[in-house]
Design a protein around this ligand. Structure first.
Ligand code: NDP
Length: 427
């Protein structure tokens, strides 16, 4: 019997794709050779694995977090993210660095009952089961209890749709220690749900972790001296500070700006998440939902000015990050990333991430309200363009210089300049 695609080994999958003319011989070689993770590891992570994608891993500097110097590992394909992060952190370092704090580190799971006739009666009955639910949960995942975690609290709520149909939801708050906790929470919910199924006739619609991790909040605060905002330019630092405040206030008025404002914050956070083997989708979902907590999508950062005209920044985010479990235990560079950033505990890593978000936002806003974002971004983009058109190590700096002098920079220009360069060399 022929194997299904997912049952094949990686080599068999590639052979199949080639036989079916779905890939060329060149693509076959490319996919075959560019796979540093062993097939065993990669097949353990995902389904239908045929090859692996590489991302550059870099380091951001100048992060002084609660008085401690930290190096920040970042994996990203976007030019300027690491440079901006280091630059923002440097401005903040000059005024004493970041101060952080965190709430409890608890994830929330939901068990949803559907088509409820008398919601308050069901909630009253469920409330009587609270103690039993705690012990069922502990039996469902005993190792997290041994680690000092497990279910911390159980809440009940009623939710109604537009047709007046009622749901009753149990919200289960679980201390997942240094894990991200999705599997831990889901296993606990499974155990609780099977107990509830025996005890209650009402139907359970679903049971699943919530990615709205508002019980895993981490906050970073910083100060930036106005004069540092103007250093190396002709701008007035206090005016730049004022405009940073105004730009943030503007984001709160306009979703088109707020989305980009927050995307810039996530540029850095996602890069740290990738470098440390964390679930970027979970972090993204939680942070953007948190940006809407006031009923309107708004800026995640707050920037104000103190009496001296210096800038005060604050960023609070739900960051359900892990230093154990999930991909963190499988991806080889993760241990390096954790060690170099001194992030053995999840909360410590979350603090690094929130500081990166604040630094990234500061650098972006400073550029936006002064010389504009393109100046710094495009000179780094020039490097990517030069590499993309096939410039060699020697040719890249020559092309970058020429492109930076041009009015407009694009791939066509890079191709033309490279062709001219090679022609002049040959003649
Ligand atoms: P794991 O299932 O890997 O569980 C954590 C593991 O870490 C456990 O095996 C635990 O051991 C071990 N561990 C070691 N030290 C500690 C410690 N100090 N604290 C806590 N655990 C420790 O991962 P998670 O439950 O964290 O789930 C994360 C994964 O789930 C991610 O890959 C995520 O992408 C995925 N996921 C995400 C969903 C979502 O976001 N909606 C949904 C489903 C999955 P022991 O068993 O001995 O306690």
């Amino acid at each position: 019997m022929t194997k299904k695609f997912y049952e094949k080994t990686r080599k068999e999958r590639l052979d199949f794709l080639l036989e079916q003319a779905l890939i060329t011989v060149e693509e076959y070689q490319l996919l075959k050779e560019n796979a540093p993770l062993s097939d065993e590891f990669a097949d353990h992570l995902i389904e239908n694995q045929v090859s692996q994608i590489h991302l550059p891993l870099g380091l951001a500097f100048n992060f002084v977090i609660d008085g401690e110097q930290r190096l920040v590992p970042m994996a990203t394909e976007e030019p300027s993210v690491i440079a901006a992060s280091s630059y923002g952190a440097k401005l903040i370092q000059n005024s004493g660095g970041f101060q952080t704090k965190s709430s409890e580190r608890v994830m929330i799971g939901q068990i949803v009952f559907r088509a409820i006739k008398n919601a308050s009666q069901l909630i009253a009955q469920l409330a009587k089961e609270k103690t039993t639910l705690f012990s069922v949960a502990a039996k469902s995942y005993p190792s997290i209890v041994k680690r000092g975690g497990g279910v911390q609290e159980v809440y009940f709520k009623q939710v109604e749709n537009e047709a007046g149909e009622a749901f009753v939801t149990i919200e289960v708050l679980v201390d997942v220690k240094d894990a991200m906790g999705a599997n831990i929470v889901n296993s606990i919910l499974e155990g609780m749900a099977s107990y509830l199924n025996q005890k209650f006739p009402e139907e359970i619609l679903m049971k699943i972790l919530s990615n709205y991790a508002d019980h895993s909040l981490v906050q970073a605060r910083c100060k930036v001296k106005a004069r540092d905002l103007a250093r190396g330019s002709n701008f007035d630092g206090k005016v730049v500070a004022q405009k940073i405040v105004e730009a943030t206030n503007y984001a709160n008025l306009d979703i088109y700006r707020a989305t980009t404002h927050n995307k810039g914050i996530m540029n850095g956070i996602d890069a740290v998440a990738l470098a440390t083997g964390n679930d970027v989708r979970a972090i993204e979902a939680g942070c953007h939902a948190y940006a809407s907590r006031g009923g309107k999508y708004a800026s995640l950062t707050k920037w104000t000015m103190d009496e001296a005209g210096d800038l005060i920044g604050e960023l609070t985010l739900p960051l359900p990050v892990a230093t154990v479990g999930g991909a963190t235990s499988i991806l080889p560079q993760v241990t390096f990333a954790q060690t170099i950033s001194r992030s053995k505990e999840a909360i410590s890593l979350a603090k690094v991430m929130v500081c990166v978000g604040l630094a990234q936002n500061l650098a972006a806003l400073r550029a936006l309200v002064s010389e504009g974002i393109q100046k710094g971004h495009m000179s780094l983009h020039a490097k990517t363009l030069a590499a993309a058109v096939g410039a060699t190590e020697v040719e890249v700096p020559i092309l970058v210089k020429q492109m930076n002098q041009a009015k407009q920079m694009n791939q066509a220009l890079a191709e033309t300049l490279l062709a001219e360069l090679r022609k002049s060399k040959n003649s």
